[in-house]
Design a protein around this ligand. Structure first.
Ligand SMILES: *Cc1c(COP(=O)(O)O)cnc(C)c1O
Length: 379
């Protein structure tokens, strides 16, 4: 029997090897140029990403968490303002809300899409609400048209956390499409290596079509300076470095291909798992494309943690995204929360499992993964 390549949760090495010559050369050129910070590569990447996303302004920064924080600073949110986000996601979103002394308000998500539940959102609005942060979780957009409507009615900002969905398309009911992250007032993303558009270190960006906000954000990322050594607002130091920008310039033209490769792997998984009544495959909402940052199953009448262990024992990496709802995290617990408001999240954290997902699968790997999962759940 031919030996199968070791399965990775995210095969960054395989992806690198296909573009190694281009990447290596671009890194060496930056080193040779010695323009390590704010070099021309950063500006060029910014322009290329603006073009790809169809957005007026991209403001590169140091990581996706900073991007969220800077977006909230740029909108002028103030202590005590309530910011609504999803209970079922990575902690970065709620973390920056809390750090800025804004008041996080967590809401439940939808069982099918894992994204913010619109009724829960409506219920959470108070006179203090200032912003909504939908997270386009696992690679598909939240229901932006409904979110925009709520935002308009209550005069709220919309900040899209697009760290997991860069490249996804949102389809409006009138047929128009926009890229994830370019729909609300401001969008943010991360170029962490394992994200769909990842660099080889940390990186992030903020997107907006609002000229005035873009100007404010460009100052905030740079110590609040609009003129050198004149600090008009309190800022931060948050830069995308030139080497990362050079790498991203090489990878951006492949992003759509990468998304297709992920969709192809997801289609293989879906085909294999749709036969089992113990597995719910991920469902793509009809207003969005899915770029499968994660491929996440819901299990029924299966011991999830035993399956997790079984897969790891068979050298199949897998992960639980996410094992604890944010409202139940020590750092974010709050007397205001009622368990009865988080029925879906509370159920998801015990039933989801994410399988390997990347751009470099070989068919024997997918076959082995699906057979191993199915033989366990059917036993
Ligand atoms: C990865 C991620 C972030 C944070 O990005 P970093 O670059 O690691 O700071 C924020 N939000 C979501 C949904 C993420 O997946």
């Amino acid at each position: 029997m031919l030996s199968m390549k070791q399965i990775q949760m995210v095969d960054l090495q395989g992806q690198y090897h296909k573009i190694k010559d281009q990447i290596d050369q671009s890194i060496l050129e930056v080193i040779e140029s010695s323009a390590y910070i704010n070099g021309p590569e950063v500006k060029l990447f910014q322009e290329e990403l603006e073009k790809y996303l169809g957005v007026k302004h991209v403001i590169p920064c140091a990581n996706g968490t900073d991007a969220l924080q800077i977006a909230m600073m740029g909108l002028g949110l103030e202590q005590g303002d309530e910011v609504i986000t999803a209970d079922f996601t990575f902690a970065a979103t709620v973390e920056v809300i809390a750090l800025l002394k804004l008041t996080p308000v967590l809401v439940d998500v939808e069982m099918d899409s894992f994204n913010m539940d619109i009724d829960a959102l409506k219920k959470a609005i108070t006179p203090k609400t200032k912003a909504i942060v939908p997270v386009h979780l696992f690679g598909q957009c939240a229901n932006m048209e409904a979110i925009l409507e709520v935002a308009k009615e209550h005069n709220l900002y919309v900040i899209e956390d697009t760290a997991q969905a860069i490249g996804a398309d949102y389809k409006f009911s009138d047929g128009a499409t926009k890229k994830a992250g370019t729909i609300g007032n401001v969008g943010t993303t991360s170029f962490f290596p394992s994200k769909n558009l990842g660099c080889y270190g940390d990186g992030g960006a903020i997107f907006t079509n609002d000229d005035k906000l873009a100007h404010t954000l460009r100052g905030i990322v740079n110590h609040g300076m609009y003129t050198r050594y004149y600090h008009d607002v309190i800022g931060v130091n948050s830069r995308l470095d030139s080497i990362q920008a050079a790498i991203l310039r090489i990878k951006l033209p492949y992003l759509d291909e990468y998304c297709d490769a992920r969709r192809k792997a997801a289609a293989y998984y879906n085909d294999a798992f749709s036969v089992s009544d113990k597995i719910t495959i991920p469902i793509t909402s009809d207003f969005t494309t899915h770029v499968f940052h994660q491929y996440t199953l819901k299990l029924h009448r299966v011991n999830r943690d035993a399956l997790h262990k079984h897969l790891l024992e068979n050298n199949i990496p897998c992960a639980i995204y996410y094992p604890v709802p944010l409202h139940a995290q020590k750092a974010y617990a709050d007397k205001r929360y009622n368990e009865s408001d988080f029925v879906v999240t509370n159920q998801l954290v015990t039933s989801v499992i994410s399988l390997p997902m990347h751009t470099e699968f070989e068919e024997d790997q997918l076959k082995f993964i699906t057979e191993t999962v199915l033989s366990f759940v059917n036993k």
